[in-house]
Design a protein around this ligand. Sequence first.
Ligand code: UT7
Length: 329
Amino acid sequence: MGEPLRAAIRGTGSYAPSKVMTNADFEKFIDTSDEWIVQRTGIRQRRVMGEGETTSSMALAAAKAALADANLEAKDLDLIVCATVTGDMPFPATACFVQQGLGITDIPVFDLSAACSGFLYALSVGSQFIQAGTYRKVLVIGVDALSRYCDYTDRGSCILFGDGAGAVVLEPTSEDKGVLYSVLRAEGAGWDYINLPGGGTRYPTSAQTIADRLHYVKMKGRDVYKFAVEKMQWLLGDCMAKCGLTVETVDMVVPHQVNLRIIDSAAGKYGFPMEKIYINIDRYGNTSAASIPLALDEARRAGLIGPGSTIVMVAFGAGLTWAGAVVRL
Ligand code: UT7
């Protein structure tokens, strides 16, 4: 028997649309201010898809960047898992459009829906296939385009979201690195904290659902806030305890970029210095499933983390769902 297999991250990539929407842009059509948004969320601007861009076009760009970083070609892939709640269409899976865009065929590809926790859910799924020895090269994508589903008359939610994509390529390793731990949780009873009710089988699209604005995100901001703080604190503690880590031995926390105050209170509980928390919410807002892989890719490319770095990733989102992972690069 050799060493047990783990899924190592061989490459990362990300994409954000070039179109920028600043807080000042929101001041033009809703009763808000740059000061309020910065103080309450930490967001200064977000990227939004331009005309012709789609969820799959963003995912494809991130996938190509991750493959190039991994020094691999698309034909080397054995599996694509795409985490998104804002796919190109209700079906087929956005992963199918990505596969087509990569010009490959005859491998399994599918989408996974866990909202802002989606990337960590997908990372865990991809990692299991590698540990089981079923597949060797797995592309895991987190992508969302919430700008297309924001209610731009609801100042309590529309200012939060941006669009983007991030991806990683996994491969087996028997070294002391890769996905060391992952934890996934959900609480379906909290489905009404944040959702997009219209267009599914519960509220099929009709003139009435559109008049009622059910095709836009609905969110109970305060309830989500409290739940997020509690779960992010729990996730950080669980990830560190399960892997025998301390604030000193964690090189970087890459949290879901959800709200600077939520991140501060979760990290503050354990006394993490701010330089060990990767933050880019000021530039991208909350990009849902893209948030963690986009941050991970940026931190790597900026040289803040690299081979040997131990990283804790924590996320929380609609479902309700929450998830964590410990990865050594
Ligand atoms: O991946 C999960 C995605 N969801 C989240 O991350 C949401 C988590 N929740 C939050 O981030 C925060 O709850 C918000 C940023 C959404 C709101 O911040 P808050 O400090 O919880 O504010 P609040 O909802 O308690 O509202 C305080 C006041 C209200 O006015 P009144 O009733 O006190 O007069 C709101 O109407 O702030 C008002 N308000 C705004 N004012 C200016 C709400 N949104 C805005 C806004 N600009 N954009």
